[in-house]
Ligand binder design. Structure first.
Ligand SMILES: CC(C)(COP(=O)(O)OP(=O)(O)OC[C@H]1O[C@@H](n2cnc3c(N)ncnc32)[C@H](O)[C@@H]1OP(=O)(O)O)[C@@H](O)C(=O)NCCC(=O)NCCS
Length: 199
């Protein structure tokens, strides 16, 4: 398990990537429904599902990450590690050429007593492999700790290589496998992270 990270430290890490975290708003729903279709196809939550989820707060807790979806290739070439310095771009364009921010990803929790469940986590295709999914997952862990809960659970398709890698790196381990749980006879892994030191 990675060491605990404060909300402030997470905000700084998002900013390093030219991204920002905020609470989800009702006005985000049309864009969320669109991103869901891109991320989950036939399993996508509709706008109606999102209304019900947001109405479930504060037991439910949802955040979005905003920023610019496509870094310029030229900026990437300037960086020694080959990764774009999106924070620098933001500074450069503070004047006439302001960056239009859009939702790049989102995630949410259900707080159910001693345990929280990851309800969803997704990054828009154009925003992937920049570490934003990792930061969103760290945000969920930090928020679970903040409520004094001791376990974080989630369910993931056994064929979702990207998500399994993301969760494994964060210290989640598989506690059960539900055979042929998803359509197409795909197994579901129930994964758990135990938060030591949660109050
Ligand atoms: C899973 C998801 C949220 C990951 O978001 P992301 O921002 O690309 O993740 P990160 O950039 O933080 O990647 C973290 C690590 O996960 C692994 N990973 C991410 N995408 C991967 C892929 N396509 N294949 C293999 N490993 C992958 C890598 O180990 C990666 O680290 P690296 O880039 O240093 O190699 C994103 O792929 C997504 O939205 N998928 C569709 C929705 C979904 O399946 N959500 C999970 C439901 S359970």
């Amino acid at each position: 398990m990675r060491p605990p990270v404060s909300q402030d430290a997470l905000a700084a890490r998002f900013a390093e990537r030219g991204a920002r975290l905020r609470e989800m708003a009702w006005t985000d729903i049309p864009r969320l429904a669109q991103l869901e279709r891109e991320a989950f196809a036939d399993d996508a939550w509709s706008a109606q599902s999102w209304w019900a989820e947001l109405a479930g707060r504060p037991r439910r807790e949802y955040v979005v990450v905003t920023g610019r979806s496509t870094p310029d290739v030229a900026d990437t070439l300037d960086e020694p590690d080959g990764k774009p310095d999106l924070a620098a771009e933001t500074d450069d364009t503070a004047g006439t050429d302001a960056i239009e921010e859009e939702i790049l990803g989102y995630a949410g929790l259900d707080h159910a007593g001693d345990t929280a469940d990851v309800m969803t986590i997704a990054i828009a295709p154009a925003g992937r492999r920049r570490g934003l999914g990792t930061l969103l997952l760290d945000t969920l862990v930090t928020r679970t700790r903040a409520r004094g809960e001791h376990h974080l659970l989630l369910e993931v398709r056994a064929d979702n290589t990207a998500a399994l890698a993301l969760y494994g790196r964060a210290g989640f381990t598989t506690s059960t496998t539900r055979r042929r749980y998803y359509p197409g006879d795909v197994d579901a892994h129930v994964m758990r992270l135990t938060l030591e030191g949660a109050s």
